[in-house]
Design a protein around this ligand. Structure first.
Ligand code: AMP
Ligand code: GLY
Length: 424
């Protein structure tokens, strides 16, 4: 069977690496892909939101499954687009239709969903420009710090944690009246601050049954010791030590099952990934957010721990028989270190030659923001490459991934040396 993966990051590299190993895969295409994905399939120069061109390519090449990496095409309705056209309706799209994608596309929608289905989450209220005054009053009644979230997609930047009432009022006003995050902040969710440790739980579902993929911890801050600006993610570890059987049973009973059942009750069809961002508050799980895709860089830690045929699992999603599929997870520890561009997450260097991939000794190299320029690998994004090691201990995994990250070089290279150190 022929497969098309949409996206160009480390997540899509990990998907492509894994799917290319499946006996069920006859040909793999990645659109647009990066300088590394060409090793697993053919890169195709398509824009991930240009549904018309994607559909034409899929038909011309007899592709049977489209695996959508990022959220944007899902929120914009790529799955709906395929279902609405008779010539495309038999092509399987992995990722929810636009209604289900609202779980990520609208924080207000996802908070209402959680409230409706009694899924534990932080207390909240939503406000718009016309209710700004009530919003400002509401802030006065709340404890500090307080969290402000732009309702819509804001490229991971729409969440503000305010330490003072003054700051919160200024930011709320800027979001609602000055479009601080564009249209995404036409509605703002004001949310209680939860204090605890975060983890990411990944669920694959065909809309009825589900499988829980390996969980992971993401390291979001640019600086060592979790300091400095937020990034898309500087590294990941899987499994997460505190996500023991007792904790994961709570996650299953209070969050995963009510989420799947809630989607059914609300008549929201859902075939794809549910990424549940969780806060462990004194041993009790609370949902911080839903995403309708896999995480990046978590995927680069999660996928190498899946021993089963990943494409067969995706077929189970598409055909509605996921329950019959086997998911075997390696007990090994995966550590992923992200190599980023100088300046990231601010304005960053691009177009730098990347060398040393052949010197990597015992890790997987997943390209992210790279492109080929006359056969030379050049950096093209803020997050350049993800280096993953799979070992029997946390120490070995993090040491190996960190050492191998250091064997890759480009002008302005930066990476954190402490990914996983907090778990030792
Ligand atoms: P999000 O864009 O929803 O992933 O939020 C970005 C980050 O803000 C999360 O990963 C958390 O670290 C933090 N965050 C979001 N909501 C809360 C909350 N209610 N309490 C504490 N931290 C939060
Ligand atoms: N690493 C967090 C995310 O993918 O949203």
């Amino acid at each position: 069977m022929k497969i098309l993966i949409l996206g160009s990051g480390g997540r899509e590299s990990a998907f492509a690496w894994k799917i290319s190993q499946s006996k069920l895969c006859s040909e793999l295409f990645i659109a647009p892909g990066n300088a590394g994905t060409g090793a697993y399939g053919k890169n195709v120069n398509l824009k991930i939101t240009d549904f018309e061109s994607i559909a034409a390519f899929v038909l011309k090449n007899s592709i049977k499954m489209v695996l959508v990496g990022p959220e944007e095409p899902l929120v914009k309705g790529i799955h709906d687009y395929f279902l609405e056209r008779p010539e495309l309706e038999n092509i399987q799209v992995i990722g929810p239709q636009s209604k289900g994608a609202q779980l990520e596309g609208s924080k207000d929608f996802s908070k209402q969903f959680m409230q409706r289905h009694q899924i534990p989450t932080a207390a909240y209220r939503s406000f718009t420009k016309s209710t700004l005054q009530q919003g400002l009053q509401y802030l006065e009644s709340q404890k500090l710090p307080i969290v402000l979230k732009a309702d819509g997609l804001a490229g991971g930047k729409g969440v503000l944690i305010c330490e003072t009432l003054n700051d919160a009022k200024t930011e709320l006003t800027a979001m609602l009246t000055e479009a601080k995050f564009g249209e995404a902040s036409n509605t703002v969710v004001i949310e209680e601050f939860l204090s605890g440790i975060e983890l990411s739980v990944f669920v694959l579902t065909d809309g009825n049954s589900y499988k829980v993929l390996p969980e992971a911890k993401d390291y979001k801050r640019i600086g060592e010791g979790d300091t400095g600006l937020n990034t898309g993610g500087m590294g990941a570890i899987s499994p997460v030590p505190f996500a023991d059987d007792e904790f994961m049973l709570k996650v299953q009973d209070r969050i995963i099952i009510p989420t799947i059942e809630g989607l059914k009750k609300d008549e929201i069809p859902y075939k794809g990934f549910i990424f549940i961002g969780l806060m462990n508050v004194n041993g009790e799980p609370y949902v911080i957010e839903y995403n309708v895709r896999m995480g990046d860089p978590e995927t680069e830690s999660v996928i190498p721990r899946i021993e089963s045929d990943f494409l067969d699992l995706l077929l189970g999603v598409a055909e509605g028989n996921l329950i019959e599929k086997e998911l075997i997870i390696s007990p090994k520890i995966a550590a992923t270190v992200m190599l980023v561009a100088g300046g990231y997450p601010g304005e960053y260097l691009k177009g730098r030659g990347v060398t040393g991939m052949d010197n990597v000794r015992d890790s997987l190299v997943f390209h992210a923001g790279t492109e080929l320029d006359n056969g030379v690998v050049k950096s093209s994004g803020g997050r350049v490459m993800a280096i993953t090691s799979l070992k029997t201990s946390y120490f070995e995994a993090m040491q190996c991934a960190t050492a191998d990250a250091g064997r890759i070089y480009y002008d302005g290279r930066y990476y954190r040396h402490d990914i996983g150190a907090d778990l030792l």
